[in-house]
Ligand binder design. Structure first.
Ligand SMILES: NC(=O)c1ccc[n+]([C@@H]2O[C@H](COP(=O)([O-])OP(=O)(O)OC[C@H]3O[C@@H](n4cnc5c(N)ncnc54)[C@H](OP(=O)(O)O)[C@@H]3O)[C@@H](O)[C@H]2O)c1
Length: 341
């Protein structure tokens, strides 16, 4: 996609940012738009301030066809030293800002072809020191589902590390850091391609609206599918098992399938070196990570295969959560069928 594709003659691009009014800062951008037949309307203000969003929305008399919400403030801190200001600084543009755009445009009865929000894979897999930013991004992922549930257009791109435009491109050390961790690096064209795809997927389809789909082998297997959410660049340049792969998702339990592609789940834990000390660690993991409080060391050591250990823990979770969440026999059975591995 190029700007040309989206700039129809006599269309306006309204650009809202706190520094939009700074002399000279966006001259090239404005000139480029002009050359493509668009007029740029620069509005100085913050997306978290509802009056500023109203000013931007009312800056044109023409119908508003789409929104690209890409505001970001980073205030990275480890959680113990993160104060409320740090939290708000990073979450406000994403949470308050997006909500302001949503509400003001609804109030103005603007039905748009697309409403694309820029999120990050930090919300999917986490990044040390970015709890505030990650939370803002998970809000965006959920926000798109909310818009769909209201019959409104919406799409989200969970961006990875971009080399040639934006924040990381201006911080050479950060880019080096990500390269060294074996993170796949994206380029501007990847973002443009994603936006083009998401513009077509912003429209409500049955799949987007339902969110759940029957997938895989076996009855009752369901997975969440949202075609209007794209995670970009969640890839490594080294296999997950490589020592110099230091991506944050390497240890993510959801990646276990890829990290241990050759693991034979029919082996007994004892046959792959699980002794009593490892079994203690495993039992703690089952308790802390999965909440399987009744898993015992003896069960782990005596299990005839990894598969049956997995089934045992799944059953523990089913009885724990089915009895917590549901009341009534039929509902419990229905719930258990849905969650059956
Ligand atoms: N670049 C990457 O590698 C990367 C990776 C993952 C996700 N992303 C996502 O992609 C989007 C764009 O990132 P980027 O790299 O282009 O970031 P960037 O260069 O830092 O740009 C962020 C923009 O947000 C604006 N902004 C911040 N607070 C605002 C507010 N309260 N109201 C209005 N505008 C505000 C800033 O302008 P002012 O300062 O003038 O307000 C700036 O133009 C972000 O949503 C980010 O989360 C980027």
């Amino acid at each position: 996609m190029t700007l040309k594709d989206n700039c129809k003659p006599r269309s306006d691009v309204i650009f809202l940012s706190r520094s939009a009014g700074e002399a000279g800062k966006y001259d090239k951008f404005v000139q480029e738009l002009k050359a493509l037949g668009c007029s740029a309307v620069m509005i100085s203000g913050g997306v978290s301030v509802v009056e500023d969003v109203e000013k931007a929305v009312n800056a044109t008399k023409r119908p508003i066809r789409g929104v690209l919400q890409a505001s970001m403030i980073l205030r990275d801190r480890n959680l113990p030293s993160m104060n409320f200001d740090d939290w708000q600084a990073a979450t406000d543009p994403k949470v308050k800002g997006t909500w302001n755009l949503h509400e003001v445009l609804l109030k103005e009865n603007q039905t748009m072809d697309f409403f694309i929000v820029f999120s990050s894979w930090s919300g999917l897999v986490g990044q040390p020191g970015q709890m505030n930013y990650a939370s803002g991004n998970t809000f965006l992922d959920a926000f798109v589902q909310y818009r769909h549930s209201q019959g409104l257009t919406g799409a989200v791109v969970d961006v990875g590390v971009v080399d040639d435009v934006g924040y990381v491109s201006q911080n050479a050390r950060l880019l080096d850091f990500f390269c060294m961790t074996s993170t796949h690096i994206l380029y501007e064209q990847d973002i443009l391609d994603a936006l083009q795809l998401l513009m077509t997927r912003s429209l409500i389809t049955l799949d987007n609206a339902r969110g759940e789909k029957e997938v895989g082998i076996g009855r009752g297997r369901r997975a969440f599918v949202n075609k209007a959410q794209l995670a970009l660049g969640l890839r490594s340049t080294q296999p997950l098992s490589a020592q110099n792969n230091r991506t944050t998702w390497r240890r993510d339990p959801r990646m276990a399938l890829f990290a241990h592609e050759n693991l034979d789940v029919n082996q007994a834990p004892s046959s792959i070196g699980v002794d009593s000390l490892v079994a203690i660690e495993l039992r703690n993991w089952f308790r802390q990570t999965l909440g399987c409080d009744s898993m015992t060391i003896l069960e782990i050591l005596g299990s005839d295969s990894l598969l049956s250990l997995g089934k045992r823990s799944a059953n523990m979770l089913k009885s724990k959560y089915a009895s917590d969440v549901m009341t009534g026999k039929e509902h419990v059975q229905e719930y258990m069928n849905t969650k059956m591995p």
